[in-house]
Design a protein around this ligand. Structure first.
Ligand code: FAD
Length: 463
């Protein structure tokens, strides 16, 4: 069933039950409401329910199920593949369910299902605390957390899911459950990496950590030094304290705020974040500076500044094409491909990043959460990015060619939140040995696959 085949009466009856509102294609705010972060995604949902509380989510889920509609769940709307939206169906938009409550008695944080990370960082920073998240502050808490959550604090405090203590969820049958280590432990396991497959999370509870000021920022080397820098970085990070995180990239410096002599040139860059004792930071960074970067901007800064360092470079609605893989190391055959494709970046904002999965993130057992690749070393992502839709083919082709050249050296799967449209086999490969258990849980709680606009774990009867 598609929304336009439902009568007005049904939609009006739903509207009467909501605190929030329904946005229909004929409404003035529809164009804005259907936009997601990735401008390449141009989907036209039949209706968008802007929820304001859990009751709205329950009503919307029941409406979607009873009318056999395609249902998408929208958190922060950042997903590369546009999995927060759908064509013709029902979008359950959580952006109105926002609050952050910090409990300093045990350093825990309650967060609404529709919050963005910048709102969490702002609230926790006031108490000298932080929850591990990603590297761009406009990303949604919902999608990032449910997929895993890789970022500047991964080596010290683990992935975001390693810090998830509890969640409230609306299941496919419309019931609300609280899940944690004791309540619905199967669901609690599944949502720590299994995405939005199992229900709509309306509230998250996280463990926060004492992080207030960090020492970090970017260092750049000419792209010609990529092989040398990758080899050095791989060894250096393997012996570095957990307090030091750094992701490595091939990139172009697009323009300001970087100095003019760097503009439009290609670089191998590392973005560092050190959370240890500030008095020791200079000593920790000594070997980095001894590698003589052509540009460095590392220093002390508040954690929320680190978290939003790149927000200005990546405003919403540009065109993005994504490809991803995990890597067990950065051997010469791998770095040679990075040199080749990094020397040929098609547009100023297109980049490749490798995020370390080591330290605390790597010490979690590979079946403790669905996030199966704990023994890999890097979560890699290639993004073709440009504001001009005319360059869509150019960025897509570069991204695919780069990925195709590297894929034979990968560990097999990819981080689900870095994938776009890689297909069902890749979803299975990414969950590895955990996939069958995810299928069991999906079959138990969502046998009709109501929640299927995601990197989908198919219930048994639909395989
Ligand atoms: C600029 C940028 C930078 C990024 N950086 C990082 C990074 O550093 N680290 C990292 O790990 N990832 C990063 N990501 C990837 C990010 O984790 C994913 O795009 C993620 O899906 C975004 O979540 P969202 O809530 O904003 O997305 P949405 O598009 O709203 O949703 C994505 C998926 O999650 C589901 N979902 C969202 N909220 C809920 C909820 N409350 N309950 C149930 N299901 C829900 C949706 O159904 C959908 O399937 C980045 C993405 C972008 C665009």
């Amino acid at each position: 069933m598609v929304v336009k085949e439902l009568g007005n009466q049904k939609i009006e009856a739903l509207a009467a039950k909501l605190q929030g509102k329904i946005v229909m294609p004929t409404d003035a705010d529809y164009t804005e409401a259907r936009k997601v972060y990735n401008g390449m995604i141009d989907k036209h949902p039949g209706m968008i329910v802007k929820c304001l509380d859990v009751a709205d989510v329950v009503n919307a889920v029941n409406f979607g199920r009873e009318n056999n509609l395609l249902v998408a769940i929208r958190g922060g709307g950042h997903n590369g593949g546009g999995l927060g939206i759908c064509n013709e169906g029902l979008v359950i938009d959580l952006s109105g369910i926002k609050y952050v409550r910090v409990d300093t008695s045990d350093n825990t944080v309650r967060v609404g299902g529709g919050n963005l990370w910048r709102e969490v960082d702002h609230a926790t920073h006031a108490f000298g605390l932080a929850v591990p998240a990603g590297i761009v502050s406009s990303t949604g808490v919902g999608g990032l957390t449910l997929g895993g959550g890789v970022g500047h604090l991964s080596r010290k405090y683990g992935l975001t899911i390693d810090n998830l203590l509890e969640a409230d969820m609306v299941l496919a049958d419309g019931s609300l459950v609280t899940v944690n280590a004791d309540l619905y432990p199967d669901l609690f396991w599944a949502i720590r990496g299994g995405g939005g497959n199992f229900g709509i999370v309306t509230s998250f509870k996280f463990q926060a950590h004492p992080v207030k000021t960090v020492f970090g920022g970017p260092t750049l080397w000419p792209i010609e030094q990529t092989e040398e820098i990758m080899e050095w970085y791989d060894g250096f990070l393997s012996n570095a304290p957990d307090e030091l995180n750094g992701f490595i990239a091939t990139m172009v410096i697009p323009g300001p705020p970087f100095p003019e002599h760097l503009h439009k040139k290609q670089f191998c860059g590392i973005v560092w974040c050190y959370t240890g004792d500030m008095d020791k930071a200079k000593e920790v960074f000594k070997p980095v500076l001894e590698k003589k970067p052509v540009f460095e901007h590392v220093g002390e800064m508040p954690y929320p500044t680190m978290q939003s360092l790149f927000d200005g470079l990546f405003p919403p609605h540009m065109h993005w094409y994504w490809r991803a893989d995990f890597f067990d190391g950065l051997g010469p055959e791998i770095s040679a491909q990075h040199l080749k494709f990094g020397s040929n970046i098609p547009t100023p904002l297109s980049q490749m990043h490798l995020y370390p999965i080591s330290g605390a993130a790597g010490r979690v057992a590979a079946d403790k959460t669905p996030w199966a690749y704990r023994d890999t070393k890097y979560a890699g992502v290639i993004v073709g990015v440009d504001p001009d839709p005319k360059n869509a083919d150019k960025i897509t082709n570069w991204c695919k060619d780069y990925w195709t050249a590297l894929h034979p050296f990968s560990s097999g799967g990819a981080y689900s939140n870095f994938m776009m449209d890689e297909g069902q086999d890749r979803v299975k490969a990414s969950y590895r040995h955990n996939y069958p258990r995810l299928v069991e849980i999906k079959t138990r709680y969502d046998p009709q696959n109501l929640f299927r606009v995601n990197q989908n774990i198919k219930p048994k009867n639909s395989e």
